[in-house]
Design a binder for this molecule. Sequence first.
Ligand code: PLP
Length: 337
Amino acid sequence: MVLVYPRKIDLAHTPTPLQYLERASRRWGCGCRIWVKRDDLTGCTLSGNKVRKLEYITAHAIDTGCDTLITCGGIQSNHCRATALAGAQLGLQVHLLLRGAAPAEREGNLLLDYLAGASVNCYAPSQYVRDIDALFAQWQAHYAARGRKALAIPTGGSDGIGVWGYIAACEELARDFAAAGIERAHVVTATGSGGTQAGLTLGAALHRLPVTVWGVNVCDDAQYFLRKVAQDVGDWRQRYPQCPEIPVEPRVLDGYVGQGYGVADAQVFDLICTLARLEGIVLDPVYTGKAFAGMLAELKQGRFEGTRDIVFMHTGGIFGVFPQRRGFTDPAPAGGP
Ligand SMILES: Cc1ncc(COP(=O)(O)O)c(C=O)c1O
């Protein structure tokens, strides 16, 4: 199948490793092999899943004459931090519209937003939810009045442009599978604004990758993400009508949100700690910790029975660990060999 990709700007350090977790497989695999696709290693500070999306989004911005990027998210948004750094790397101004009160102390992703020189406005959650479209329009008009052109990037960079990042990542996965001797697999990713799941689901279909893609939702519910993935795929079809028509079937593993977005329970914090000690891989409490916990619970319940290989997409989020340090209650010493 001939797939014509739009232009992208190389921002991500790819291919990222596909790492086999030997001890984790022994401990939790129920006979399956657990692998991690290390998209937390797409970069050091410009890292995680957002970088693959931003490769296409920033190229689109520059090709359409934009000199400014406006985007939005939570105070500790990984997407906003990645956009701030990508903008700085490319000489584009970045303006972030953040949900929540500005904290007294800048830390984690927010600190990096400032270091990267992004302009930041914080809005009360009620205003943010009600007015976000109007705020984008207001700031775009603000820049236009000054002779500038600002691209409005939706939450998480999840739209028909951003999905190219994980359509392309599926080609990378195909090469990983060939090298690792994986014939068929389940791929599990955290899903928050839907774009990574949409790209993987679409990419797997387009590239005939022998996988079933699952999103573990970290907010909202299964219905929301089924709709959101369909919406992103629809936007992609509309923007790139020359691309092949292909049916996609998104799948969601619901039930692991816990108390809400950004709030992890003690088991998730414990799991982050355990995996860090077992394999040297650090998850985060907002996205990957919950998704990994969901994957292990589903493994135990037999969801993936009949398939030998499970691939966890590590989408990054390391800077979200630090603002939540208090959740890690006195971890026991790791002990000797
Ligand atoms: C670390 C991390 N993992 C996963 C996700 C979810 O990706 P998406 O927004 O594409 O659903 C996000 C962002 O929302 C994220 O920051």
